[in-house]
Design a protein around this ligand. Structure first.
Ligand SMILES: *[C@@H]1O[C@H](CO)[C@@H](O)[C@H](O)[C@H]1NC(C)=O
Ligand SMILES: *[C@@H]1O[C@H](CO)[C@@H](O)[C@H](O)[C@H]1NC(C)=O
Ligand SMILES: *[C@@H]1O[C@H](CO)[C@@H](O)[C@H](O)[C@H]1NC(C)=O
Ligand SMILES: *[C@@H]1O[C@H](CO)[C@@H](O)[C@H](O)[C@H]1NC(C)=O
Ligand SMILES: *[C@@H]1O[C@H](CO)[C@@H](O)[C@H](O)[C@H]1NC(C)=O
Ligand SMILES: *[C@@H]1O[C@H](CO)[C@@H](O)[C@H](O)[C@H]1NC(C)=O
Ligand SMILES: [Fe+2]
Length: 439
């Protein structure tokens, strides 16, 4: 470098300092996708620290790059910590995507573009086999399953990821920098397939504001409860936390309950079931578990199962509701372990038959998969096997699910400790769905 250039660089480098100008952060980061519930659509969400336009440029994989473009909006998010850090959350909806077709995209604005990512528009209709990864309780520290999930996702093993609450540990910490770091870390999966979420207890600070602002789930409940359809499945995501953080409003619990009831009624109509026979719920805290801690699920009358009797009016639990509308499968997390239950209702096992408990089961099936990995490590079990507990493991890992058609659903649990070995699997087989299936 010549002397002149060196001086120029030196002087140029001093200018911002000399005038006390702060750096400007217009580079997009924390890119993630969600499925807005409308066939042919995908929502792209990202963050910049300074305000910019919100644009996604995209094009069919193998075609002309960035030949299409869509605009959206940014909202200002101010964290609740003492620094009151501000950031802009950008949301751009892509529409008219061709089912099953892959697109290359980047997002940002003329002030800065992200890396290039690819996404695949969900297939249309009910006649295909959606593939999922599901887990809860993944943090920045010790996210043991993340590398395996990154590779699985990038080689195209999943159509959607379900993160069943508890992120980052915790998103609000260090004035929400931990949230930023987490969202950067999961970009490696969440920028490629819809990353569908529900809130967990770790999201509670400042009334779940990091969760509500950073994610973009369907409906207009700030991602707290919503439902969506994929292939032959109707998935209902909800907040178990409305039963625990009553300080944020008991009305939320009742609003959600009413919504759940309405959504289930609709999803259980014969014409809905004919199209989408499977109803799957996802919520963070389970109603059953055999962990050796004092969590709600270890209580016979867990709040989630039987409700609250010390509120005015008393709050209904969810077991009866889900049973009444014939929910097929309930997926949970919160316990840092994996547990599969026999078909169960009101603490009674209702196997399909002694030899084939999951063939035409007479009650919903529950699984708890909350050991993706976080700083709190794993949760041990009580020594005795409960009558309703079929399989349990404290290995780090996550679950995979494929819904083949109206009668066959496959579930497996991957152990990261055992190098990706599948340590448990079941076929849930149903000739009939809905409450009639229990008879
Ligand atoms: C960019 O963001 C930083 C951090 O929030 C802020 O201090 C600065 O004023 C912003 N600059 C502009 C030009 O908006
Ligand atoms: C917490 O957030 C929810 C969702 O926005 C809102 O309905 C509720 O009123 C808030 N509660 C408090 C106490 O601010
Ligand atoms: C109220 O709920 C608690 C805890 O779930 C339970 O132990 C108690 O028996 C209930 N009381 C009544 C009157 O139902
Ligand atoms: C559930 O079981 C309890 C006792 O274990 C019983 O008192 C209650 O009536 C049962 N509830 C229903 C709805 O069957
Ligand atoms: C349910 O099926 C499993 C597996 O066959 C069996 O071990 C268990 O005892 C059965 N439970 C009941 C109540 O039939
Ligand atoms: C549903 O999928 C399963 C697993 O692939 C298959 O064995 C079964 O024959 C299929 N049933 C129908 C009705 O297509
Ligand atoms: Fe939790």
């Amino acid at each position: 470098m010549g002397t002149f250039a060196a001086i120029a660089v030196f002087v140029y480098g001093l200018i911002p300092l000399a005038f006390g100008l702060p750096p400007i952060w217009r580079q997009p980061e924390q890119v993630h996708l969600s499925y807005p519930g409308l066939p042919g659509s995908m929502l792209v969400t990202w963050t910049t620290l300074n305000e910019t336009d919100s644009v996604v440029e995209y094009g069919v994989w193998g075609g002309k790059l960035f030949e299409l473009s869509a605009k959206g909006q940014a909202t200002l998010f101010e964290d609740g910590g003492f620094e009151k850090r501000k950031m802009f959350i950008h949301r751009v909806m892509l529409t008219d995507l061709k089912p099953g077709i892959s697109y290359v995209y980047h997002c940002g604005s003329d002030a800065g573009w992200s890396d290039m990512f690819y996404l695949t528009a969900l297939k249309e209709g009910a006649d295909w086999t959606p593939r999922f990864a599901l887990f809860g309780d993944m943090g920045n520290e010790n996210p043991q399953s993340l590398a395996r999930l990154q590779k699985d996702t990038q080689i195209g093993m999943y159509d959607a990821i379900l993160h069943i609450g508890d992120f980052a540990y915790d998103m609000h910490e260090d004035n929400a920098r931990i949230g930023d770091q987490f969202m950067r870390q999961v970009e490696s999966i969440a920028a490629y397939v819809p990353y569908m979420t529900c809130p967990g207890n770790h999201e509670n600070p400042y009334n779940f504001s990091n969760y509500r602002h950073r994610f973009s789930m369907p409906g207009n409940t700030e991602s707290l409860w919503y439902s969506w359809n994929i292939g032959p499945v109707h998935i209902i995501s909800f907040s178990t936390e409305v039963y625990f953080y009553l300080n944020y409003g008991l009305d939320l619990l009742f609003k959600q309950y009413e919504w759940l009831q309405k959504d289930l009624e609709e999803a259980n109509r014969p014409e809905s079931r004919a199209q989408r026979p499977w109803i799957i719920t996802m919520g963070h805290r389970p109603m059953y578990c055999s962990n050796a801690d004092k969590d709600d699920c270890t209580q016979f009358n867990s709040c989630i199962r039987t409700g609250l009797n010390n509120t005015d009016p008393p709050a209904p639990g969810l077991e009866d509701l889900f049973y009444r509308y014939g929910v097929d499968l309930e997926v949970w997390a919160h316990e840092h372990s994996y547990e599969r239950l026999w078909p169960v209702y009101n603490y009674t096992v209702f196997n399909g038959s002694k030899n084939e408990p999951y063939v035409n089961p007479k009650a919903p099936v529950h699984i708890i998969t909350g050991s993706a990995g976080c700083r709190e490590r794993t949760d041990p079990f009580v020594p005795d096997f409960r009558a309703w507990s079929a399989f349990r493991s404290t290995d780090y890992g996550y679950a995979r699910m494929q819904v083949f058609n109206s009668s066959h659903l496959y579930l497996e649990q991957v152990s990261d400790d055992k190098n990706g070995k599948v340590i448990d699997s079941i076929w849930l087989v149903k000739d009939k769905h809905g409450p009639e299936a229990w008879l």
